[in-house]
Design a protein around this ligand. Structure first.
Ligand SMILES: Nc1ncnc2c1ncn2[C@@H]1O[C@H](COP(=O)(O)OP(=O)(O)O)[C@@H](O)[C@H]1O
Ligand SMILES: [Mg+2]
Length: 471
């Protein structure tokens, strides 16, 4: 169905938090109505649109976004802040709002999920609602949208459940749903349990997964915030050693390492995994070298480290086997939550920007580990760089404490991880080679990103590159 709402889609997308194409020239190519949920309130229409965005710059390409909207005959003051536009519909005027912010619209999604409870699946108004057995959801739960920066849109239902409405969508199984289902059925204690999801069959036979609902972790603290809070405690009294400062993260890091090891073990047993021969390490090393060469053209500051980085990649190429398995794929402290019941890992959607087909390919678990190691470094340095320097001596001591905090957190994270993996962790030498290569590759990527976006932070990845191969 065409867009009968008369909405200025380009303007609307540009002002949302989740639209990924901000700053690039684009056109909305098509707007398709996927479904319309009907409730008791005859005035409310909760509609789900699929919006195709075509980029008109040299890079080009297109993306599809899910846009749930609700519309009413009468203006709705309660959600005035989520107003999208008003449009003539026949002889009447419809007032249109962001559906994620409309608790009456979200209640219709919840009703569908409740209806699926007994049989695991319910078709309603063009959508298919799916449930994982073992939980009960009350239709009386009231929704409120989360306000943090995120690429999707999450809505919590009281303090019971949280539903993530995927924004940028593409056909096929969403890795976030797929992995959460497998880990939930496996009884993992290191994630928020999946309760269900919402999907639709496309006219061409494809599948589009639109949203997932899971356990709301009510005692959760964001891992990156917890880490930076610890660093701030270290910075509050620079005379104290990290261990004595009250800001030591060693224990937390150990437990986070254990949680990741448990998740990796379950992923390895639940999805295809394999051992690859030396051809695979050679190919992997070659791709890292290629990324290094490309990065060096953009970030000349990398040059002094290139030789040692190449050595690290050559060592990788000489390894004669590589174990690969399903991963998180985009792991950093911002994808972890610390609860009173331990660490939980969230957001298994994988590396944003890569197609689903690539994100599910098995890869070395050390890629996830390297992501976390880099994140500890960022937590320390971001706090350090955010404090104005009083004099040089203080700045030097602060830098030293940041390095110590990060080194301790990284070491304990790794120890917790390796101890939990047991015999499958491989030899220490092999581990060091794999980790060095993955950490280097990640820091090279960061250097390009910082050079382009946050030049004052370029020292963060450069310091990591300096450490490669120096032990
Ligand atoms: N199960 C949960 N319970 C409580 N808060 C959560 C839960 N899952 C995610 N969050 C919060 O929502 C944020 C965004 O979730 P995430 O799955 O990472 O979404 P996105 O794909 O948009 O990055 C997280 O950083 C966390 O603060
Ligand atoms: Mg996330």
């Amino acid at each position: 169905m065409s867009n009968d709402l008369g909405i200025d889609w380009e303007a609307y997308l540009s002002r949302t938090r989740w639209f990924g194409g901000k700053g690039r020239p684009f056109r909305v190519g098509s707007v398709t109505q996927l479904a319309e949920l009907a409730g008791d309130d005859a005035d409310l229409r909760a509609t789900v649109y699929l919006v195709t965005v075509d980029y008109t710059d040299e890079e080009g390409g297109s993306e599809q976004y899910q846009v749930p909207l609700s519309s009413y005959d009468e203006p709705q003051d309660r959600i005035a802040y989520a107003f999208v536009g008003s449009a003539a519909s026949g002889s009447a005027v419809r007032h249109v709002y962001d559906g994620v912010h409309d608790r009456d619209a979200m209640a219709l999604w919840l009703e569908g999920l409740v209806a699926a409870e007994e049989t695991g699946s319910a078709d309603r108004d063009g959508l298919r609602f799916r449930r994982v057995p073992g939980t009960t959801l009350s239709p009386a739960l009231v929704s409120s949208p989360l306000t943090g920066e995120q690429s999707n849109s999450s809505v919590r239902f009281d303090d019971t459940a949280i539903m993530k409405v995927f924004r940028k969508v593409s056909p096929g199984v969403n890795p976030d749903i797929e992995i959460h289902e497998v880990l939930t059925r496996g009884g993992s204690a290191d994630i928020a349990a999946l309760y269900g999801w919402v999907e639709i069959d496309l006219p061409d036979g494809g599948l589009l997964q639109l949203a997932m609902i899971q356990e709301f972790l009510r005692t959760a603290t964001d891992g990156f915030e917890l880490a930076t809070g610890s660093v701030r405690m270290v910075m509050a009294d620079l005379e104290l050693e990290v261990e004595d400062s009250g800001g030591d993260f060693a224990g937390e890091a150990t437990r986070l390492g254990e949680a990741l090891a448990a998740v990796h073990a379950m992923l390895r047993d639940s999805f295809p995994s394999e051992r690859r021969n030396s051809g695979a390490t050679g190919e992997l090393a070659a791709s890292m070298v290629a990324r290094l060469e490309q990065a060096a053209r953009i970030v000349p500051e990398i040059e002094p480290y290139c030789e040692r980085l190449r050595d690290a990649y050559s060592a990788l190429a000489r390894l004669d086997d590589l174990e690969v398995q399903r991963l998180h794929g985009d792991l950093h402290l911002g994808q972890t939550l610390r609860t009173t019941d331990g660490w939980k890992i969230v957001d298994f959607e994988g590396e944003p920007g890569r197609p689903f087909g690539e994100r599910v390919l098995p890869d070395s678990r050390w890629r996830d580990v390297a992501g976390m190691l880099r994140s500890f470094d960022y937590a320390a340095r971001v706090v350090e760089l955010g404090i104005p320097a009083v004099d040089e001596a203080e700045a030097a001591l602060r830098a030293q404490r940041a390095r110590e905090w990060s080194a301790r957190a990284r070491r304990h994270f790794l120890e917790g991880y390796v101890a939990s993996l047991g015999s499958s962790a491989g030899s220490e030498e092999e581990r060091r080679i794999l980790l060095d290569a993955y950490v280097a590759d990640k820091a090279v990527y960061e250097a390009v990103y910082e050079k382009r976006n946050r030049p004052t932070w370029i020292g963060i990845p450069l310091a990591a590159l300096e450490r490669i191969g120096t032990r």
